[in-house]
Design a protein around this ligand. Structure first.
Ligand code: CIZ
Ligand code: SF4
Length: 318
């Protein structure tokens, strides 16, 4: 894309620099045979640079299926690790090395090994929001889209669920016949939303439907009209004939929905539901990732092999 001087003067400096970034990114992508993928919690500016926007599993699957040699993963560390596990021969780059996930950091492999010793007869199910090492110690992975299905399909009635206690307790309410031992982890962004705030929002917007992510507290889920993963939340709101929604998940989903649903009114349940780690990636960092091949995700072969088994068992069942 060439910007004529006259046209360039008519647009805002911010938009102009974004257009120039896009130009340079396209050039670098061709040179490096690269793709850019972005999670729905990324800023719209970053989402606009991506070849595909979605949840962690969709994005990892997209990367594994394509033939790009380099993947720029705009998200947080566990997501880029999952892409590397499923595409070990590709170069996976995380543009911001400090973009971690506090919930994933609440479980480490050593502590999980100790917990497994206490419950040797339990099947270990790990949420995709976990490190590669935790996946390598687990029997099967799940996402918020398929957690109920995965746990239901396990023959064993005793499950150790790691690390999200809120998603785990939601699954437990849906599959009451299983004994589910919960790890004490949580997402600080979803966990800070209270049922009181949701009730206040309902009073302010009495016609709105409450749509919540299962990482929210059980008391919040009790107030919801619909519970689902980011992908399901987006599908539900887009397809619904209703016009007003209170969204209980990270702000990026609200930004995306506002664009996708003209005329619908979309409210974030609590303005504090903003994941700082997800917002660390910027267009400048995406360009630098492509220019300087940074920051490359590397994992030990044994970790990749064991974690791949955990992810592949999930994919066979979903
Ligand atoms: O799996 C994902 O991408 C996350 C973190 C949440 C979701 O519900 O999609
Ligand atoms: Fe982790 Fe929560 Fe941020 Fe998702 S929103 S990356 S679970 S801290």
């Amino acid at each position: 894309m060439y910007l004529s001087r006259r046209y360039a003067k008519m647009i805002s400096p911010k938009r102009r620099s974004l257009m120039l970034y896009k130009q340079e990114i396209e050039k670098l992508k061709k040179e490096k045979n690269a793709v850019i993928v972005a999670h729905s919690y990324q800023t719209l500016e970053v989402q606009d640079l991506a070849d595909v926007v979605g949840d962690s599993l969709e994005l990892s699957r997209y990367c594994a299926a394509g033939n790009a040699g380099t993947i720029v993963f705009c998200g947080v560390l566990f997501m880029a690790e999952s892409a590397k596990i499923l595409s070990p021969d590709k170069k996976v780059l995380l543009p911001e090395i400090d973009a971690g996930c506090p919930m994933a950091d609440m479980a480490d492999a050593k502590a999980l090994r100790e917990m497994k010793k206490k419950h040797p007869d339990a099947t270990v199910v790990c949420y995709i929001n976990s490190s590669a090492e935790v996946k390598a110690e687990s029997d099967i992975c799940c996402t918020s889209s398929n957690a109920v299905k995965i746990v239901s399909s396990i023959e064993n009635d005793k499950i150790l669920f790691v690390p999200d206690r809120n998603l785990g307790s939601y699954v437990s309410s849906m599959v009451p016949e299983k004994e589910i031992i919960l790890w004490d982890g949580f997402c600080p962004i979803h966990d800070r939303l209270t049922a009181k705030t949701v009730r206040e929002m309902k009073v302010k917007h009495p016609k709105a439907l409450v749509v919540a992510h299962p990482e929210c507290l059980p008391e919040v889920l009790a107030e919801a009209d619909y519970i689902g993963s980011t992908k399901r939340i987006i599908e539900y709101v887009v397809e619904s004939s209703e016009e007003e929604f209170i969204i209980a998940t990270e702000k990026g989903v609200v930004d995306r929905l506002e664009r996708m649903t003209e005329g619908k009114r979309i409210y974030l349940a609590d303005n504090r539901m903003l994941c700082k780690n997800m917002k660390k990636t910027t267009p400048e960092k995406v360009i630098d990732a492509l220019r300087y091949d940074r920051y490359e995700i590397t994992l030990e072969k044994e970790v990749i092999d064991a974690a791949a088994g955990c992810l592949e068992r999930m994919m066979e069942l979903s």
